[in-house]
Design a protein around this ligand. Structure first.
Ligand code: NAD
Length: 285
């Protein structure tokens, strides 16, 4: 079998075009979706991500409020800015780019964002709602993964899903979302014994590890849907966590890197922000 490509770049462009149209309608009601992005320090990868988010905002017709703070910023200073943005009615989403410098505790900072403005879906309230199966602001990368999976038309209910990676931003939430779709979910991680054995059972295999070409063809069941979340910067360029060519020979669907999960993350961030702007408009918040 040769896999069909799950084209995240194309899907992301379609979603963003539809968001742009919705923004025009909202603007007629006097509402401009606003996203505040806070970047502390000068981590090169973070700068790239923040630049992409700002560009995405502007293209969609959002107001983009970029706050660049020096690496020496104290936790109190960052919390004071978040307080201000929490109260600002023109700001519908607040995103603090991670990682933060050592003097700042990310958990304290993420918990300080009003849950309604937590468009990254990292606030404990939103995570709790996700666990309980309640409507929540869903984390962007996992939300994008589910959108890609659903686009295959393959029912997720009853499927064996194996997620490799248990981070709070990808592995755990994507596992919860697959569970909410009634898949049978296994989470594998760095301490899992016989990882390949688990992976080979998967109808849906999600790799979110951060190790180039970790998932090899012998770990993949014939016909599996393979989602590669990994972004590994090597000299040869960007490489995923999946050994793409040999795995694509066995899978039914596969996401490329780049052009798979990555572009969906920004589309979902814009979608979460738009939803909050619509809700704020409806409630007069
Ligand atoms: P992380 O470092 O927080 O977590 C990695 C996970 O992989 C851990 O849970 C760990 O247990 C597991 N792991 C590590 N080594 C392993 C091994 N040898 N065997 C099995 N499991 C192992 O990373 P993260 O933030 O979840 O990101 C994972 C990857 O996804 C990275 O490459 C990151 O750049 C990428 N990423 C992409 C997007 C996107 O938009 N496409 C978003 C977030 C993260």
């Amino acid at each position: 079998m040769t896999a069909k490509i799950l084209d995240g770049k194309k899907m992301s462009a379609e979603i963003r075009a539809s968001i742009k149209e919705k923004v025009l309608l909202l603007k007629e009601k006097g509402i401009v979706p606003g996203l505040a992005v806070i970047l502390v320090g000068d981590n090169p990868a973070s700068k790239v991500y923040v630049g992409q988010k700002e560009k995405g905002c502007l293209e969609a017709g959002f107001a983009s409020f970029l706050h660049r703070l020096p690496g020496t910023t104290s936790q109190e200073e960052l919390l004071a800015l978040i307080d201000k943005l929490n109260a600002d009615k023109t700001v519908h989403g607040i995103l603090v780019q991670l990682p933060l410098p050592r003097q700042i505790d990310p958990d304290t900072v993420l918990a300080a964002i009003r849950p309604e403005k937590d468009v990254d879906g990292f606030h404990p309230v939103n995570i709790g709602r996700l666990v309980a199966g309640l409507p929540a602001s869903e984390p962007c990368t996992p939300k994008g993964i589910l959108r890609l999976l659903k686009s295959t038309g393959i029912p997720l209910s009853g499927k064996e899903a194996v997620v490799i990676g248990r981070s709070n931003i990808v592995g755990k939430p994507v596992a919860l979302m697959l569970l909410a779709e009634s898949a049978t979910v296994t989470i594998c991680h760095s301490k899992t014994a016989d990882l390949a054995e688990h992976a080979r059972r998967a109808d849906i295999l999600v790799a979110a590890i951060g190790k180039p070409r970790f998932v090899t063809a012998d770990m993949v069941k014939e016909g599996a849907v393979v989602i590669d979340v990994g972004i590994n910067r090597l000299e040869e360029g960007l490489v995923g966590d999946v050994d793409y060519e040999p795995v694509a020979e066995k899978a039914s669907w596969i996401t490329p890197v780049p052009g798979g999960v990555g572009p969906m993350t920004i589309a979902m961030l814009l979608e979460n922000t738009l939803e909050q702007a619509e809700k704020a408009g409806a409630s007069g918040r």
